[in-house]
Design a protein around this ligand. Structure first.
Ligand SMILES: Cc1cc2nc3c(=O)[nH]c(=O)nc-3n(C[C@H](O)[C@H](O)[C@H](O)COP(=O)(O)O)c2cc1C
Length: 390
């Protein structure tokens, strides 16, 4: 995507992730807002993901010719127009009807990859139809190896070329907000939820008239959804990875890796890319900030091995920081859903444009013309000056 210099135009009330969060907090039922924002334990880990980004500073450079700036970035042999995509998130249609379709439309408009979750409320066939090969399929281990491999076959038949195996959910964590709100997936109504929905009539009417969202991909051979949110997904182990690697002919990405040792082992076993993520603090409260782990994993896998990153990215500056610290591509999680919750597709497109515009402006500040020029030396280093020649 060429730099868009009209960086101030926006027909939405969403100018930042913080705006999206505030508006979504007003417009969504508590149960849905908490499903997006909630995390494991005391939710310190999710906060740390964000503050760790705030503690990283960038070193401006001046007097370079930065009038032409390009955001196009390649990952796994394919060029996209922006260096970010959207992370897999289950049950997006709880946020607003057609949320997955709106995400697909945005993926086509901005030209970025979009991961459809195994736990999505849209089918993989629908998503493949909407976003073609921009759509990647995210795999959770299901009720058995057979059921999981059947889902893989289904993804292949639907035309997916890129599979993302999530490995950081051996057991779904206790998320206090969801427990308190009585959130069950597949969804079932509780008296608390009834009151919550009654006080958000606009959301409730829209959601009810579109049909209560349900998981569309965890089917067994009888065609009935076997999705249980609390199910054990520990079958995504080293043995399973070897089976999957043999079976999947396309690109295979492993998501949820936070240890340099695990990353190195996966690289040796034939993963095409590692997706560094701590699941946005949703799995382990005491997990280190994902952005701290990224340079350690980059060091373990070497300079050329593809790395994706998410967890705590809230604006374009964060995207640039992640690219500088070793990521080849950056994925957005909560911000996308909050923007949809705030203003539907209008809010989503506005926030994505904010990300793209921010990145372009930051490139100018750093004296760079493209995302390819982003190196570790753009990170401010208290101990000494950096050189642009690096
Ligand atoms: C509502 C919600 C649902 C999610 N569902 C999934 C999922 O089904 N599969 C998965 O691999 N990750 C899932 N994630 C994790 C995201 O892919 C991503 O790792 C996380 O949101 C990054 O943290 P951040 O949103 O705070 O930046 C989910 C995250 C959220 C917020």
């Amino acid at each position: 995507m060429e730099a868009n210099h009209n960086v101030y135009q926006n027909n939405s009330h969403v100018f930042s992730t913080e705006d999206a969060r505030r508006l979504a907090g007003k417009r969504l039922p508590r149960l849905v807002y908490d499903f997006i924002e909630g995390a494991a334990g005391r939710e310190v880990g999710v906060a740390r993901n964000e503050t760790a980004f705030d503690d990283i500073m960038l070193q401006p450079r001046v007097m370079e010719n930065v009038s032409d700036r390009a955001l196009s970035t390649s990952i796994l042999g394919r060029e996209f127009s922006v260096p970010f995509g959207v992370a897999p998130m289950g049950m997006c249609n709880l946020v607003c009807p057609n949320a997955d379709k709106f995400l697909a439309d945005a993926a086509n408009k901005f030209d970025f990859p979009l991961c459809l979750s195994s736990a999505a409320s849209s089918s993989m066939e629908d998503m493949a139809g909407w976003a073609g090969t921009r759509a990647w399929f995210q795999l959770y281990f299901g009720t058995s190896i057979e059921a999981t491999l059947a889902m893989v076959d289904r993804a292949l038949n639907a035309g997916f070329e890129t599979l993302v195996l999530t490995v950081d959910v051996p057991q779904v964590s206790r998320r206090v907000r969801d427990l308190r709100n009585g959130l069950n997936l597949p969804f079932s109504m509780t008296s608390r939820a009834f009151w919550d929905f009654a006080t958000h009539p606009k959301w409730s009417l829209a959601t009810l008239s579109a049909g209560v969202p349900s998981p569309k991909n965890f089917m067994d051979s009888d065609g009935i959804s076997k999705f249980r949110r609390e199910a054990d997904r520990g079958g995504a182990n080293w043995e399973f990875f070897k089976i999957l690697r043999k079976k999947w002919p396309g690109k295979l990405i492993v998501k949820g890796v936070t240890s340099a040792e695990d990353a190195h082992r996966l690289q040796g076993l034939g993963a095409d890319a590692i997706y560094v993520s701590n699941h946005g603090g949703r799995q382990l409260d005491s997990v280190p900030p994902a952005i701290w782990l990224l340079p350690l994993i980059r060091a373990a896998v070497g300079p050329d091995f593809p790395l994706l990153f998410d967890s705590g990215v809230r604006n374009g500056e964060d995207v640039v920081k992640a690219l500088a610290l070793g990521a080849d591509f950056v994925m957005l999680g909560r911000p996308a859903l909050l923007a949809l919750g705030a203003e539907g597709p209008n809010g989503l497109n506005a926030l994505l444009k904010c990300f793209a515009d921010d990145i372009s402006v930051v490139l100018a500040q750093l004296g760079l013309n493209s995302t390819n020029g982003i190196r570790p030396n753009v990170i401010f280093n208290k101990t000494g000056a950096t050189s642009h020649a690096a």
